[in-house]
Design a protein around this ligand. Structure first.
Ligand SMILES: Nc1ncnc2c1ncn2[C@@H]1O[C@H](COP(=O)(O)OP(=O)(O)O)[C@@H](O)[C@H]1O
Ligand SMILES: [Mg+2]
Length: 255
C-alpha cells in the first residue's frame, strides 16, 4: 500500500452486511466506509436498525452475512470473544440512555475500564479521571452518584467514561435524546470538540436533525434495511427522494 492509499483508507468498512431476527430482516445488505477522523451520522426512523448496526460494530451482535473491517481487521472473522478485546479498546461507546453504573460514583464509573486495562497508580488514575471530567465540563463531579446528576450531566459523565481509554473511534447512540435543546446543543458541541481535539472518528446515531447538522461530515439514512442516502447535509437537504423529503419534514416538525 502506498502512502496515499493508506491515508485515505477507511478506519471502518461495513461490507454488504445483513441481519435478521426470527425471519424479520433488519439490515439487508448495507455498505458504508468511514474514514479516519470523520463524523458520520446514521439517521433512520425508530426501528430501522440503527442500534442493531451499532451493536454489530462493537461485537455485541454478529452479522448473518457480510463483513465488518475495523482498523484493518476483519472482526466478522473473529472466532473467539477474546479477539474482540483489543478492538474494543479502540472503540468508546455511548449507549442509548447513559447506562452509568448506578451504584458507583462518577469517578468509579470513569476509572472502571482504566483500572482493568491500564497499569496506572491510584494518583495517575485520579489524574486521568480529572482530565476526562474537565473535557466534558464536569470538573469536580468525581464523588457524585449518577442519581445526583441531571440528565444532561449524566450524558456528559457517560461520555467521559466512553473516552476514558482514549479510543480512536466513538460510537454514540442517540446522544441527545431526552435532553432539552440547550443541553442537546452542549452535547453536539462536545462531539465536535472531541473530534477536533482528540482526532476521534465518530459514528453518531440520531434522529435529531439539529444535532446531525451540527456534527456530521456525512450522513447515511437507513430505510427498509438499506442506506437510502449517503452524503453531506447539503446533499441531503437537496435530495428529491420521496422518503428523504418525508423524513426531513417529519423530523423538523418533531424538533
Ligand atoms: N436482539 C434482538 N432480537 C430480536 N429483534 C431485535 C433485536 N434487536 C433488535 N431487534 C429488532 O430490530 C429492529 C431494529 O431495532 P433497532 O436497531 O433497535 O432500531 P432503532 O433504529 O430504533 O435503533 C426492531 O424491529 C427490533 O425489534
Ligand atoms: Mg436505537
Amino acid at each position: 500500500m502506498d502512502e496515499d492509499t493508506r491515508q485515505s483508507s477507511p478506519i471502518i468498512r461495513i461490507e454488504n452486511v445483513t441481519k435478521s431476527f426470527n425471519g424479520q430482516t433488519v439490515l439487508s445488505g448495507i455498505t458504508l466506509e468511514i474514514r479516519e477522523g470523520e463524523t458520520v451520522v446514521i439517521l433512520g426512523a425508530s426501528g430501522s436498525g440503527k442500534t442493531v448496526l451499532m451493536n454489530l460494530l462493537v461485537g455485541l451482535l454478529e452479522p448473518d452475512s457480510g463483513r465488518i473491517m475495523i482498523d484493518g481487521q476483519d472482526v466478522t472473522a473473529f472466532t473467539r470473544d477474546s479477539q474482540w478485546d483489543e478492538v474494543r479498546l479502540k472503540i468508546g461507546f455511548l449507549f442509548q440512555g447513559s447506562a452509568l453504573y448506578d451504584s458507583m460514583t462518577i469517578g468509579e464509573n470513569i476509572s472502571f475500564a482504566i483500572r482493568h486495562h491500564l497499569n496506572l497508580t491510584e494518583e495517575q488514575i485520579r489524574d486521568v479521571v480529572r482530565q476526562k471530567l474537565s473535557m466534558v465540563e464536569l470538573e469536580g463531579a468525581e464523588d457524585k452518584m449518577p442519581s445526583e446528576l441531571s440528565g444532561g450531566m449524566q450524558k456528559r459523565a457517560a461520555l467521559a467514561r466512553a473516552i476514558a481509554l482514549e479510543p480512536q473511534i466513538v460510537v454514540y447512540d442517540e446522544p441527545t435524546t431526552g435532553l432539552d435543546p440547550i443541553r442537546a446543543k452542549t452535547i453536539s458541541e462536545l462531539i465536535v470538540r472531541l473530534q477536533h481535539e482528540l482526532k476521534i472518528t465518530s459514528i453518531v446515531v440520531t434522529h435529531d436533525l439539529i444535532c446531525a447538522s451540527h456534527v456530521a461530515d456525512r450522513l447515511a439514512l437507513l430505510h427498509e434495511g438499506k442506506f437510502l442516502f449517503v452524503g453531506t447535509m447539503e446533499e441531503l437537504r437537496r435530495s428529491d427522494n420521496e422518503y428523504v423529503r418525508e423524513f426531513l419534514d417529519s423530523s423538523s416538525l418533531r424538533h
